[in-house]
Write a protein that binds this ligand. Structure first.
Ligand SMILES: Cc1cc2nc3c(=O)[nH]c(=O)nc-3n(C[C@H](O)[C@H](O)[C@H](O)COP(=O)(O)OP(=O)(O)OC[C@H]3O[C@@H](n4cnc5c(N)ncnc54)[C@H](O)[C@@H]3O)c2cc1C
Ligand code: SF4
Length: 486
């Protein structure tokens, strides 16, 4: 603990944002990291409270009090080593993690929590700028071959850990670029894609091989992004590799099968976001263009918020977001919920840029003319004991040229799991436990699963955790023992 009275002396300091009028004109990141001095002051606020609930609240169990202390003392080099010891990709989490660690911060019980995520980002940005992030190739090669299917944060974390353990790792990705939803899904203004290229270059220098535009499975999946020019049969992977890690994410979007769903203008969120990301990356200009149009986003999570931010950048005439659930309270009841993640009103930077938000709303129909969407019909809901009912007479209609369905993802693409013959749980995810003997192992010998494909739609930080932990299990399976961290 660098400064025992820091938490009494200093306020939480947020990172600075480019004003919304300016940031809406481009798709670049607009949040600036803390300066060295600001990060030092923020680090001084950590009480090193003895039982670091933040460390437990963080899914990768970042050793937060230690790097807070190191940053306070100006020991940045040591800070990145501690941070990297638990998290392969802090440049992603330091930007887009919702920071459950901060909900668990002890200082947060009666004051603003330590700005943990902003310190994490300051550490990795400084490490990157200082050239401290270099390849760490394994000293000894094991001669074992591992295939990783999917290049999202789970696949990349598993690949990096396994390569560093000396295994010969190949990542197979059906899309044209590496990164999973980090690359195609999460908008550029939240995550600069050069950060993915930077990390992928490190993995490549550590020996990881990448095969893009390569679908592993049998049939091309319907309704999900797929740039594959080549299909590799699971039987080939099973023959040529000593272990396989499935990290294909949870790509099946939840649909809204009401009348008019087929109208031109009703799209899944990723049908909007992925071409937009590709366009920003210099690809074909074929993204849906909502300039001057009325947009309704259905679903209130990260995906919905990204549709809002993208629509506003394109110059939509209006953006409205509907959520089925009731409006959450402005503030949580801290003594009741701490140190857990609270349900409370969350306003993202995209919402701040302009969006009418409405809760307890169910869409009942899409209305169109000549096959083109014109409006959306909805009804208000009342909620009691977790059950919803429609309020009679509350029906209303709003103008809509485009509707983006952002109601989450129900399960991984079944054909990929079926092609391997992997057993599924009752939600359609790859069945594998995370504790005990044979964890992360699927029902098929030498096939493992990690990330959204196993746990269902989740967060980047959980995907990194699962990729790391799964790599440990694969290493133990291949070598009989492992020194990789759990
Ligand atoms: C729009 C959007 C915004 C989000 N925003 C946030 C956020 O701000 N913060 C946060 O923490 N989380 C966010 N998430 C969630 C987060 O992105 C995911 O939880 C995370 O990326 C899951 O990682 P993963 O590696 O398991 O899978 P994914 O990132 O989904 O990667 C899976 C990869 O596997 C590939 N693949 C699948 N099947 C095959 C196959 N058969 N052969 C070859 N390749 C295959 C896919 O093409 C994909 O590239 C967001 C999600 C979405 C959709
Ligand atoms: S990864 Fe997320 S939960 Fe963990 S310290 Fe960083 S911001 Fe907090």
């Amino acid at each position: 603990m660098g400064k025992p009275t820091g938490f009494l002396e200093f306020e939480r300091q947020a990172e600075s944002y480019e004003p919304k009028e300016q940031r809406l004109k481009h798709y670049r990141e607009f949040v600036d990291h803390l300066s060295d001095a600001q990060a030092k002051t923020q680090g001084a606020r950590c009480m090193d409270c003895g039982i670091p609930f933040c460390n437990n609240g963080c899914p990768v169990n970042n050793i937060i009090p230690d790097w807070n202390d190191l940053v306070y003392k100006g020991k940045w080099r040591e800070a990145i080593d501690v941070l990297h010891s638990t998290n392969n990709f802090p440049e992603f989490t330091g930007r887009i993690c919702p920071a459950p660690c901060e909900a668990a911060c002890t200082l947060g019980i009666n004051a603003d929590p330590v700005g943990i995520k902003s310190i994490e980002r300051a550490i990795i940005d400084k490490a990157g700028e200082s050239g401290w992030v270099v390849p760490q190739p394994a000293a000894v090669e094991t001669g074992k071959k591992v295939a990783v299917v999917g290049s999202g944060p789970a696949g990349l974390a598993a690949a990096q850990q396994l390569a560093r353990a000396g295994h010969d790792v190949t990542v197979f990705e059906k899309n044209d670029r590496i990164g999973g939803l980090l690359r195609y899904g999460i908008p550029d203004f939240k995550l600069d894609k050069r950060l993915i290229d930077w990390r992928v270059a490190q993995l490549a220098a550590e020996g990881v091989k990448f095969q893009t535009k390569t679908l592993v499975g049998k049939d091309a999946p319907k309704g999900v992004a797929n740039d594959a020019a080549k299909v590799v049969a699971p039987s080939k992977l099973m023959k040529e590799f000593d272990a396989v890690v499935l990290a294909g994410g949870s790509e099946t979007p939840r649909d809204l099968p009401v009348s008019g769903r087929e109208l031109d203008g009703v799209h899944f969120a990723l049908e909007f976001l992925i071409p937009q990301n590709k366009q920003v990356a210099g690809g074909r200009k074929n993204a849906i263009d909502v300039k001057g149009k009325h947009v309704v986003v259905i679903g209130g999570g990260d995906t919905g918020s990204d549709c809002v931010g993208t629509s506003n950048r394109q110059g939509a005439a209006s953006v409205t977001q509907f959520e089925l659930l009731p409006r959450p309270p402005e503030q949580e009841n801290k003594p009741l919920v701490w140190p857990y993640w609270p349900t409370k009103m969350r306003t993202s930077s995209s919402h701040e840029e302009g969006c009418a938000r409405d809760w307890s709303v169910a869409t009942t129909a899409f209305v169109g003319e000549a096959g083109k969407l014109k409006s959306l019909k909805a009804v208000r809901l009342s909620w009691a004991d977790g059950k919803m009912s429609e309020i009679a007479g509350s029906e209303f209609e709003v103008e809509a040229d485009y509707v983006f369905l952002a109601m989450g993802f129900t399960n991984p693409v079944a054909s990929m799991l079926d092609a391997f013959g992997v057993a599924k749980d009752n939600r359609g995810n790859a069945k594998a436990t995370t504790d005990g003997k044979d964890c992360y192992a699927t029902s098929v010998d030498k096939v493992f699963a990690a990330g959204d494909v196993r746990r269902g739609q989740s967060l980047v930080v959980w995907a990194i955790r699962e990729g790391r932990q799964c790599a440990r299990e694969v290493d133990a399976f291949l070598m009989g023992s492992t020194t990789l961290p759990r």
